[in-house]
Design a protein around this ligand. Sequence first.
Ligand code: 13P
Ligand code: ZN
Length: 275
Amino acid sequence: MNFTDSPFVCEMKEVTANMYRQGWDERNGGNISYLIDEKYIKKYFPKEKVIRKIPMGFTADPIVRGKCFLVTGTGKYFKNVTKDPETNLGLVRIDKSGKVANLLWGYKDGGKFTSEFPAHIMCHAERLRVNPNNRIIMHTHPTYTMAMGASTPVSELEFTKRLWTSNTEAIVVFPEGIGVLPCMVCGTNEIGIATAKKMKKFRIVSWTNHGIYGCGKDIDEAFGLIETVEKTAMVYMISLGHVVNVIPVNVLVGLCKLWNLKPMKGVYKQLDAIK
Ligand code: 13P
Ligand code: ZN
């Protein structure tokens, strides 16, 4: 059983290539972490050997200690994952102390996990509390979402309202709205703590002037969420200044009733009034 040929590595190859082709992940932009179930670790690593111990620079929440994550490497390009997954990806197990990650596979050139590892692991911890089936945290730099972030006040209500009124799929795919953080220094524990706090409530968080975080039970779900935000932001940005038809509130109310959604409060009083 060779982990390089596992479905998990295959999925990472596919999605990173796809995201690169979308133009979201220039150079080393973007990073993904994938929680791998223990039963698969046992299958691929019956005699588990630690290749290297990598200090994490923060203390992981007890809920993720002992768990294994397949993570993109820092400074690595999404476009290169397919041709050399063992250099561009790594599989780590967070040790019992929560301070060290034990490398089980990958980072072949001596590299390590993404600089956004604190944000990823802190978000995994929060999402696992909300949904024990959450497996993926995905970060990327989608062009139109970034443009929209730059031209929208740093406000969850305002960002959500602009998205919901540009595409009828938006409220259906993310009725809880979008979390928004101001521009912050990336790659730090601080941005990790702030993002994870937002992920208690939201499955998507916009980092103003930088990009987006999404999560899900699998790659399709996390990617689909980000894809929907980006498509909507694209429509919004392309039509900016020319809009004649925005989605009327009665259609949003109709969508919520049809899909039995619980939309974010405070965007429209008509939505707040739905029983
Ligand atoms: P890494 O190369 O460390 O993953 O950083 C890329 C990035 O998008 C930082 O936010
Ligand atoms: Zn980034």
